[in-house]
Design a protein around this ligand. Sequence first.
Ligand SMILES: [Zn+2]
Length: 332
Amino acid sequence: MRILDDIYDIFGNYATSPPAEPAEVGKGFIYASELSFIARHTLDSPSCETGGDLFGYWTHEGYPIVAYVIGPGKKANRQVTFFNQDEAYLVEAGRALNREHGLQHIGNWHSHHRLGLASPSAHDSATVKRAIENYRLAQFFLVISSVRQTFSPFERTASVNGFLYRAGQEKPIEMEWLVLPGESPIRAVFDEARPELVARPKTKVAAYSDDLRLASFDEPEEVAFQDSSYWLNDEANQRLLKAFLDELEKRYAEAKPTQEDDGTVSVEFSVEARRVRLNFGAAFPQSAPTLTLDDEPLPNLPDWSATLSVEALLDFVANALQPIFSNATAQS
Ligand SMILES: [Zn+2]
């Protein structure tokens, strides 16, 4: 009988049992599609926490293999500082994944607020340790993600970090990712068979922070979620938005781009201490942008020519604000 031991080389060649001393850094497998799923859900939700659960297997060393990830259920409680999964959804999805694919619930994931670190809070650690004790688990895998925002919203990236908690160990093992190429075989089959159990992220393309801890040499290749339909997925339009922001700042005050929960982009600035928000909806530039003033939608917007240029955008904003701020827009 031959034992297939080559595969252990990557972990350091202890073939039969986990090392007595916990490794400082462990290695967790995850399919590129599932890492992307977490990253895109995280990018969907820059201003409140989101999360979900991890399904898969364990290696001989007791390291996780993440084969399928679920997002938040419809009744999940998503707040600025915490996330609670919809338990009925977790049970239903977990049962289906177990009965149809033999997957087990190996952990969960949630995002931290934009300014938060992608590492567990004291409360997170206490919660996991209590679960390990209450359910008599050997271990539990916790993944924490967060959004890194650079100047513009389309440059936002996601950090996705894994932490392995083991019974009786004070500190979690920090994990590096071994990214399995492409789409998880469970993803295609399950999503087609059980569409009602899939919370799809709206963000189409995962962008990762450069602090993503990879044990493999390959960058996680993006799986085919490309959607070029939104105007800001075009680089020329990204430059146009930057130029527009520069001009806005000259006329009004600091203009800040943000991403809405539905993946579209808004620009926020203030005029005479009132907050103006210009949203480029999914159908922009074919449809006019919308404007809110102190979160109230502005009625009677000027005509939008559907011609995309910095001047057209500036005119649109100036004409929309004219009736309200007769002084502020006169200089244009
Ligand atoms: Zn947390």
